[in-house]
Design a binder for this molecule. Structure first.
Ligand code: NAP
Length: 286
C-alpha cells in the first residue's frame, strides 16, 4: 500500500479525495487547519502549512510517496495569504522527502482576455488570488521541477454540493439577490472526475509541469446556474437573475475557457462536461 499525504483534507476537494484515496487502498493521511476532520478511512493531522518547521516535520514523519496539495483556496483572505508560504514549505518538504508532488492551482492564474488557454500558456493573473496561485506555481516549479501543477476550472457536484451552488440555492430559497454572469465563461469540472485524475497523477511521477483540468463543456455562469437549478428540481425565482461582469466594478477574469489537451493526449481520466454528467446522473436514477 502506497503512502499518500493530502493537504486540505477538511476542505471540499480534499475531503472527497481523502475518502476516495482510502477506498482505493492508499495509506492516506489528511491534514486540516481550523476544522478537525473525522479520519474518513485515513488519518487526520493538524498542520499549519505556513509554519515551515511544522511542515518539514510532518512530511518527514508521514514519509509519503506522494503528496496532493489541495489546501489554501480563495475561501477567505487568510486562505489566500497562506497560498504562497504553504506551497513553498510543502515543495521544499516534498523535495527533501523525494515525494511525488501534485499541486493544485487554478484557472484564475489567467487574465480571461486571451481564451482559450492551453496547458503551457503563461499565467497573467488579475486578482489577488490569481497572483498568489501564480506565485505558488513558480515556487513549486523552482523547488520541485518534477511536480505536476493542476489548474482546475470551477469544481462542482450536486452531492456533496459545491460552495457556489450552495450559495445559489441558499440565495434562491432566502429571496436574496443572486446575479449570475452571462459574460463569464468557465469549463466546470466535476468533483469525481477531478479527484480520480489527482489520484492518477499521484501514481504517474513521470508527468511534470502544468496541466489544465477543465471539463469538456464551456458554459457561462448563467447557463451553468440554470442547469444546476433544473437538475436540483428547483424553480428559478426573479431574485436569481442574469448580469454582466462588464457592467459592474468587479475585477474578475471573464473568459477562462481551458483547452485541457495534455490530459486528453495522455488519456488521463476524462473530464466530462456538465451536460454529460447530468445525463449520466439521470440515467442512473431511471
Ligand atoms: N473550489 C473550486 O471551484 C476551485 C477551482 C479551482 C481551483 N481550486 C483549488 O483547489 C483547491 C481546493 O479547493 P477547495 O474549494 O476544495 O478548498 P476549501 O474547501 O476552501 O478548503 C481549503 C482547505 O485549506 C486548508 N487551509 C487553509 N489555510 C491553511 C493553513 N494555513 N494550513 C493548512 N491548511 C490550510 C483548510 O483547512 P481548514 O478548513 O481546516 O481551516 C481547508 O482544508 C485549492 O487549492 C483551490 O485553490 C478550487
Amino acid at each position: 500500500m502506497s503512502r499518500l499525504l493530502i493537504t486540505g483534507a477538511s476542505g471540499y476537494l480534499g475531503g472527497h479525495l481523502l475518502a476516495l484515496a482510502a477506498a482505493e487502498r492508499w495509506a492516506v493521511t489528511g491534514t486540516y487547519f481550523s476544522n478537525p476532520i473525522a479520519a474518513n478511512g485515513g488519518a487526520g493531522l493538524s498542520l499549519d502549512l505556513t509554519d515551515a518547521g511544522a511542515v518539514a516535520a510532518a512530511v518527514a514523519a508521514a514519509r509519503p510517496g506522494a503528496i496532493i496539495h489541495t489546501a489554501c483556496s480563495n475561501r477567505n483572505p487568510a486562505n489566500v495569504h497562506a497560498i504562497v508560504p504553504a506551497a513553498r514549505h510543502l515543495a521544499a518538504a516534498a523535495r527533501a522527502q523525494g515525494a511525488r508532488l501534485v499541486h493544485l492551482s487554478t484557472d484564475q492564474v489567467f487574465d480571461g482576455e486571451q481564451a482559450p488557454y492551453d496547458d503551457d500558456d503563461a499565467p497573467n493573473p488579475i486578482t489577488e488570488y490569481g497572483r498568489a496561485k501564480a506565485e505558488a506555481e513558480a515556487a513549486v516549479r523552482a523547488a520541485c521541477p518534477d511536480a505536476v501543477i493542476v489548474r482546475p476550472s470551477l469544481i462542482w457536484s450536486l452531492d456533496p454540493l459545491d460552495k457556489q451552488t450552495g450559495w445559489l440555492v441558499d440565495g434562491l430559497c432566502q429571496g436574496t439577490r443572486v446575479t449570475l454572469f452571462t459574460d463569464e465563461q468557465r469549463c466546470p469540472v466535476h468533483l469525481d472526475d477531478l479527484a480520480a485524475l489527482l489520484l492518477q497523477l499521484a501514481r504517474r511521477p513521470e508527468l511534470a509541469g502544468p496541466l489544465n483540468a477543465g471539463g469538456a463543456q464551456a458554459l457561462n455562469r448563467w447557463d451553468f446556474g440554470l442547469r444546476l437549478l433544473a437538475a436540483l428540481r428547483l424553480v428559478r425565482k426573479p431574485n436569481v437573475r442574469p448580469g454582466r461582469v462588464a457592467e459592474g466594478r468587479l475585477v474578475r477574469p471573464r473568459n477562462l475557457i481551458l483547452r485541457s489537451r495534455r490530459a486528453k493526449a495522455l488519456q488521463l481520466t476524462a473530464l466530462r462536461g456538465v451536460d454529460d454528467v447530468l445525463a449520466a446522473d439521470l440515467r442512473r436514477l431511471a
